[in-house]
Every structure is written in structure tokens, then in C-alpha cells.
Design a protein around this ligand. Structure first.
Ligand code: SF4
Ligand code: SF4
Length: 82
């Protein structure tokens, strides 16, 4: 999963771009739900939120580090193909 750092300016540009509905407004900044973020694996070649974020505040979440196989399995689970 990726995560949003406290550099986030709450611009709301990323939220509609997420194919998994993983992004939502949080108390201080926007948040990514780790159980829904596939790092865009299964949908796009690159993380769409990272592509659009104007302040580059979206990074790999060290607390939810996953390899490609794990991200693919999450995509399949989310789409009911597991
Ligand atoms: Fe959503 Fe993709 Fe960003 Fe994860 S990397 S939060 S799946 S847009
Ligand atoms: Fe925050 Fe970046 Fe998303 Fe804007 S695009 S809400 S700055 S994470």
C-alpha cells in the first residue's frame, strides 16, 4: 500500500483517480485505506494518485510493504476473482 504524508494539502485531486476507492478525507489529511490500495496493480502501470498529486506527498507505506504478487492477490480479492 501507499500512504499519504502530512505534507498533503487536502486538494482532493487524488480521490476520484483511485480505481479502488481507497482514498478518503481524513481528520488532518487525505488517507489511503491499506486494505484497498493495490498500488494500482491490476488497473494501471503507475499509481494514479502519485501521478496527479501536486505536492508529491504519496509514498510507499513501510507499515504495509507488499510485493507484486501480494498486490496482485489483493486486486483479485477486491474484484472477486480470487
Ligand atoms: Fe488508489 Fe492506486 Fe493510489 Fe493505491 S496507488 S491509493 S490504488 S490510486
Ligand atoms: Fe493530498 Fe496529494 Fe491527494 Fe491532494 S493529491 S489530497 S495533496 S494526497
Amino acid at each position: 500500500s501507499l500512504k499519504i504524508t502530512d505534507e498533503c494539502i487536502n486538494c482532493d485531486v487524488c480521490e476520484p483517480e483511485c480505481p479502488n476507492g481507497a482514498i478518503s478525507p481524513g481528520a488532518e489529511t487525505y488517507d489511503i485505506a491499506p486494505e484497498k490500495c493495490t498500488e494500482c496493480v491490476g488497473h494501471y502501470d503507475t499509481p494514479q494518485c502519485v501521478e496527479v498529486c501536486p505536492v508529491d506527498c504519496i509514498i510507499k507505506d513501510p507499515a504495509h510493504a507488499e510485493n507484486q504478487d501480494q498486490l496482485w492477490a489483493k486486486f483479485q480479492k477486491l474484484t472477486g476473482n480470487a
